[in-house]
Design a protein around this ligand. Structure first.
Ligand SMILES: C[S@@+](CC[C@H](N)C(=O)[O-])C[C@H]1O[C@@H](n2cnc3c(N)ncnc32)[C@H](O)[C@@H]1O
Length: 333
């Protein structure tokens, strides 16, 4: 059986980095925000953004080929559903995440993918002189930019994850490697009898988002290395944490959780799960990022199950929430 291939498609794939760069440029210029109140020509947008009109027109025409913005017969560009999250104040804004994905911490290792595939090792440490999270913790620009990008990425699913899981009435929820605490905030807001602990590296928790009147007295923040100490609690969240670590480190982390968790406690591993087959899936893309940055990887459900059972837990529920977030609940075996 022969499958029709659009002429030029392979070359377009090879030039895919231009699409990523164009998206980043549009995000930096705030084009989606400028289109929020209605369509505008490239010349008008260029005057607002202080850019070169004909070049901006070419940039937007290119993005429109992928559904990011749409040009009409009068040469005005419109916001599209795909472009909406590029707006800074969209409730589903991904702008900070997309901006952070244009940082050299991601781009420089991606250029060395060939070396990574040869050696089986990430190239991040060789380029930046420190492992990924140590480097971020020591860099006052790259660290906060990463945290803010992660917070934007996670905000998309926080409420859905909260709604999808049947939290008990009274319990302490500990978000391990919880970033700035967006998920914990959503859980505590929707469950007034729960208390929470946010645990992450000191430079990350410094900018936490828990300080608001509705949550007063129900949360605390702790910082440190999760391989060394885990705060006591009943429900441990590990959201988008395992993907950064190889199996041996995930096992160490689960052992540390096992030592600290209350007798009937539960662990919620929350991550995208790679499905079988050839279809596109965000986990398959993020997996390549992981490969260049860290020793971790994205995993299939059987891979998560085996990590969990080998650590002395049983998988009690699997709740798919979105392509980037499946909740895998584990209880003591
Ligand atoms: C991929 S981010 C996930 C953040 C958050 N759970 C979310 O889903 O948005 C991984 C988090 O693990 C934290 N982290 C990495 N190594 C750590 C360590 N040794 N101890 C504590 N936190 C760590 C990072 O600072 C980062 O916030």
């Amino acid at each position: 059986m022969t499958t029709e291939v659009r002429p030029g498609l392979l070359v377009e794939h090879a030039l895919g980095y231009l699409y990523s760069s164009a998206l980043n440029t549009a995000a930096r210029l705030g084009i989606a925000d400028h289109l929020h109140d209605g369509p505008r020509s490239a010349a008008e947008l260029a005057a607002t953004t202080g850019t070169h009109g004909p070049h901006l027109h070419r940039l937007l025409r290119f993005l429109a080929t992928r559904g990011v913005f749409r040009e009409d017969d009068e040469f005005r560009f419109h916001l599209t559903p795909l472009a909406e999250p590029l707006r800074a104040d969209s409730p589903k804004s991904l702008r900070d995440f997309i901006l952070s994905l244009g940082d050299s911490i991601y781009l420089d290792p991606a250029r060395r993918l060939h070396d990574t595939v040869h050696s089986g090792q990430p190239v991040f440490e060789e380029i930046f002189g420190a492992p990924f999270y140590s480097y971020l913790a020591g860099d006052p620009v790259a660290g906060p930019a990463y945290d803010s990008g992660m917070a934007a990425f996670s905000k998309l699913v926080s409420n859905d994850v909260t709604a999808a899981y049947d939290f008990p009435e009274n319990a302490t929820v500990v978000d391990i490697g919880g970033g700035r605490g967006g998920l914990l905030r959503s859980i505590l807001l929707q469950h007034p009898k729960l208390t929470g602990v946010l645990f992450d590296l000191p430079t990350t928790v410094e900018h936490h988002v828990l300080d608001e009147p509705a949550l007063a007295g129900r949360w605390s923040v702790e910082s440190g290395d999760f391989f060394e100490k885990i705060p006591a609690g009943d429900i441990y969240l590990l959201k988008h944490v395992f993907a950064s670590w190889p199996d041996a480190d995930c096992a160490r982390l689960l052992a540390a959780c096992r030592a600290a968790i209350s007798p009937n406690g539960r662990i919620l591993v929350i991550n995208g799960v790679i499905p079988p087959g050839n279809d596109p899936h965000p986990g398959k893309t993020i997996d390549i990022l992981m490969m260049t940055l860290l020793h971790g990887k994205e995993r299939t459900l059987p891979e998560y199950e085996s990590l969990i059972t080998e650590a002395g837990f049983t998988v009690s529920q699997v709740i798919p929430v979105s392509p980037n977030a499946t909740i895998i609940e584990a209880v003591s075996a």
